[in-house]
Design a protein around this ligand. Structure first.
Ligand code: NAP
Ligand code: MG
Length: 473
């Protein structure tokens, strides 16, 4: 039982000003695994005060000092690999092999990448006779979701620290324990007091408190569109800069000349990873009519390789969804798909057999989906794969871009030039061709309603900077 009912403020674990607690549940068996504090506005105010005070000196640190700090943080983070991997597995229900790669490895990479970016980052530029200074933005409020408990917080924290800004983090109440280990990491790394603060609690109280706080200069949020809009409205009252990483409905276009077996494997891994609870999940699979039936035949065979199981088992590839709310949302969309006339060929409603004790959903595939259907338009955030078909490339691109979102996209095919052209035509912030690996120096973020701003690498650091021009005679 994890009993972590304190907040991390000004370099110390401190008691909450109230005794309200929140139980945290293991989604694989619905058992309580621990508890945290349901923080108060007073707790938040203490954290903001610490961050504001720390900013006075931290904003003056040199690039070299921050490189050293980021590497110390990365070292301490790495030392806690087992604890972090086990915690992600427990609180999110992520299969243990995925909790390591990519959940843990991505988070670690952001600290190392930020340190690397700083090496040649210029904080001063000369334009004619003007000098342009890039200064840290100030106290940054970070609000994170549950689907990548280490990564979502770490990309924000690494960029903020690299810039010389200080932070107050509110992790999702469904998965708070991983973020609390990051606080331990800061303490062990000897970070100056108040540079990193963490307050647990609800979005309603602490989240709203962050977006409307007069002493917070910037809010970086990852999560749902509805909350993103609310944060933007609140932040407008104190004219705060807001960066949003929201949802997606990312298209995956398969080209006719692909190797079908390879294309199916990439498709399944991009859509079923983390039980589909990924903002960049391939959520709309667009197949040439000419190979549609062969593709579906292979997919039916290959999907059984995605073993459903206890997240603690090394060979499990699909664990439970994070919560009852998420399970119900997925059930609702499976229902909608059937009602709208899509063809259910694999899975369906309910739990997979033998997994009734957790929030497990059945990996589900629909064919005969058209672009107007809700399952082709709305973010399901679960292991549901809608398959659409196209006659020619312009039609494939039209379907791909027929969405309010623009976070990611995927193209699979052998003709490099065609794959590249198709990728360029997708209106999204990050398009992956075939099985290209992640690149932490490349920007991450969304077009359209998928968000505002970019994370990762130097693009992430730039979000945490203000520009100052000094003009001389
Ligand atoms: P959410 O409500 O947007 O939660 C994300 C974070 O925002 C959590 O820390 C949450 O706190 C906080 N929050 C909630 N209300 C807030 C408010 N009024 N002001 C400030 N912060 C607030 O997401 P969710 O309910 O967990 O998931 C719902 C849907 O969002 C999913 O089905 C999925 O479609 C989408 N989603 C997207 C991503 C992504 O990576 N883009 C990640 C997760 C979810 P609590 O601790 O109270 O929840
Ligand atoms: Mg929520």
């Amino acid at each position: 039982m994890l009993n972590r009912i304190q907040h991390f403020i000004n370099g110390e674990w401190v008691d909450s000003t109230d005794t309200e607690i929140i139980n945290v549940i293991n989604p694989a068996n619905k058992k309580v695994i621990g508890k945290i504090s349901d923080g108060t506005t007073e707790d938040l105010n203490r954290a903001v005060k610490a961050a504001k005070n720390a900013f006075l000196s931290f904003s003056k640190t040199t690039k070299k000092e921050r490189i050293t700090l980021l590497n110390q943080i990365a070292d301490e983070f790495e030392k806690r690999k087992k604890e972090i991997v086990d915690t992600i597995t427990l609180e999110l229900g992520s299969p243990i092999s995925n909790s390591y790669i990519p959940q843990f490895s991505m988070a670690l990479a952001h600290y190392r990448q930020a340190a690397k970016e700083l090496e040649d980052f210029e904080f001063v530029e000369y334009k004619n006779k003007a000098i342009v200074y890039k200064e840290p933005i100030g106290v940054s409020g970070l609000i994170t979701p549950w689907n990548f408990p280490a990564n979502q917080a770490s990309t924000k924290i690494a960029s903020a620290i690299a810039s010389g800004s200080t932070v107050v983090l509110k992790p999702a109440q469904l998965t708070p324990f991983t973020a609390m280990i990051i606080a331990d990491v800061f303490k062990a790394a000897g970070a100056p007091k108040g540079v990193f603060n963490l307050v647990n609690g609800s979005g309603k109280e602490i989240g709203n408190g962050i977006s409307s706080h007069p002493d917070i200069d910037f809010v970086s949020f990852t999560g749902s569109g509805a909350v993103g809009q609310k944060i933007t409205e609140n932040a407008a009252k104190t004219v705060k800069k807001v960066s949003l990483e929201l949802g997606g409905k990312s298209p995956l276009i398969v080209l006719k000349d692909c190797n079908i077996e390879k294309a199916v494997d990439i498709t399944l891994s991009k859509s079923l990873f983390n039980s589909g609870q990924v903002c960049t999940a391939a959520a709309k699979i667009i197949i040439p009519e000419a190979i549609h039936d062969d593709f579906v035949k292979v997919l039916k065979k290959r999907i059984s390789k995605f073993k459903i199981g206890d997240p603690q088992n090394q060979d499990t590839l699909i664990g439970p969804l994070v919560s009852e709310k998420q399970f119900n949302q997925v059930q609702k969309y499976i229902d909608t798909g059937i009602k709208e006339g899509a063809n259910l060929i694999i899975g369906g409603k309910g739990h997979p057999e033998g997994f009734e004790g957790g929030f497990y959903a059945r990996p589900t595939v629909f064919t005969n989906v058209n672009s107007n259907m809700s399952i082709a338009q709305e973010e399901i955030f679960g292991p549901v794969i809608p398959i659409l078909s196209y006659e020619d490339i312009p039609e494939a691109i039209k379907i791909a871009n027929d969405t309010i979102y623009g976070l990611a996209g995927y193209v699979i095919g052998n003709d490099k030039e065609l794959a590249q052209e198709t990728a360029i035509s997708i209106r999204a912030g990050r398009v992956t061709i075939n099985d290209a690996p992640e690149d932490y120096s490349a920007p991450f973020g969304g077009y359209k309603q998928s968000g505002v701003g970019r994370e990762w690498g130097k693009y992430g650091i730039e979000e945490y900077l203000e520009l100052k021009a000094i003009l001389t005679e």
